[in-house]
Design a protein around this ligand. Structure first.
Ligand code: ZDP
Length: 292
């Protein structure tokens, strides 16, 4: 006899995506340990030999003061602190699980989620979108972490040498680390070639997520991303938030802007009232199954 949805034979999963940034969701509410090893997560994420996904996300019991805990494994098996698109998917998954348990949600519904980046609060909206209070951006170089240093210990508009070329970068953590470069033509960037060189650069002791941003106007940014542990993805929520913050810090954009990703748009606001970043976007279920 299995407990919950976990038997000796198979583990139930659901597949969700946020703008094409896709995740396998696992109901891990009945135990404190992850139901998959990093090696299994790598296999599940394989697009030819597995389910396919940019990562696996687990919903676990909450810590004191939170409703649930979210943990993530990237498609390379590494564990990031946070995941913006993923937490929108997680909110929908929780609503689906609670509905199956007999307590349907009536939006707007907020959940407080414990993550390695602290408590994060997604709210399901009536129109099906999810708004996430992503918390305050971290700008201190040592905490991001990056060894690039500058005035006030922030890494804003710093020169980084990658592949014998100088890039002017700004680094921001949304719980996970990001390096943002503003470019004239984002489409011209050879992500697969340059992305890994940013990701593994010695200036980033915990590796880095890398965004290339084209400023279309003060409230419209176009973004391409190379994710730590996952490679080129169609969208990155924490990356969109970090990029808006970098755009404000370098006086390129307003505090509210649409960030267009290959998979579609996110609305991002960096509040001047509480210094927190708010992200609004979709999350959709695609299918469910059991993995042997
Ligand atoms: O920090 C990392 O290692 C990322 N790969 C985590 C995933 C980030 C994500 N794409 C997002 O939307 O924030 C899921």
């Amino acid at each position: 006899m299995g407990r919950g949805n976990h038997t000796e034979m198979a583990i139930a999963f659901s597949k969700y995506h946020g703008l094409g940034n896709d995740f396998v969701l696992v109901d891990n509410r009945h135990q404190a340990d992850l139901m998959l090893t990093p090696e299994q997560a790598i296999k599940w994420c394989d697009r030819n030999f597995g389910i396919g996904g940019d990562g696996v996300i687990f919903v676990l019991p909450g810590s004191p003061g939170t409703d649930y805990t979210m943990r993530i494994l990237n498609s390379d098996g590494s564990e990031p602190e946070m995941c913006g698109n993923g937490i929108r998917c997680l909110a929908k998954f929780i609503a689906d699980l609670e509905t199956a348990d007999g307590t349907p949600t009536a939006p707007p519904q907020a959940y407080t989620i414990h993550t390695l980046a602290g408590p994060i609060t997604p709210t399901l909206q009536r129109d099906g979108q999810v708004t996430v209070d992503m918390g305050e951006p971290i700008l201190t170089a040592g905490a991001i972490p990056t060894t690039l240093t500058a005035a006030a210990d922030r890494a804003i508009g710093q020169t980084l040498s990658v592949d014998q070329q100088d890039w002017v970068v700004t680094c921001v953590s949304m719980g996970n680390p990001h390096c943002i470069t503003f470019v004239k033509d984002a489409a011209a960037i050879d992500l697969a070639a340059i992305g890994p060189k940013f990701e593994h650069h010695s200036a980033f002791p915990q590796r880095i997520n890398t965004e290339f941003i084209e400023v279309m106007s003060r409230n419209y940014l176009k973004m391409r991303v190379w994710e730590r542990g996952a490679g080129a993805t169609l969208a990155c929520g924490t990356g969109a938030c970090a990029s808006l913050v970098a755009g404000v810090l370098t006086e390129r954009c307003d505090r509210t802007a649409t960030v267009e990703l290959p998979g579609g748009p996110l609305l991002i606001e960096w509040s001047d009232v509480d210094n927190r970043v708010y992200m609004t976007g979709p999350a959709d279920k695609v299918f469910a199954g059991k993995m042997e």
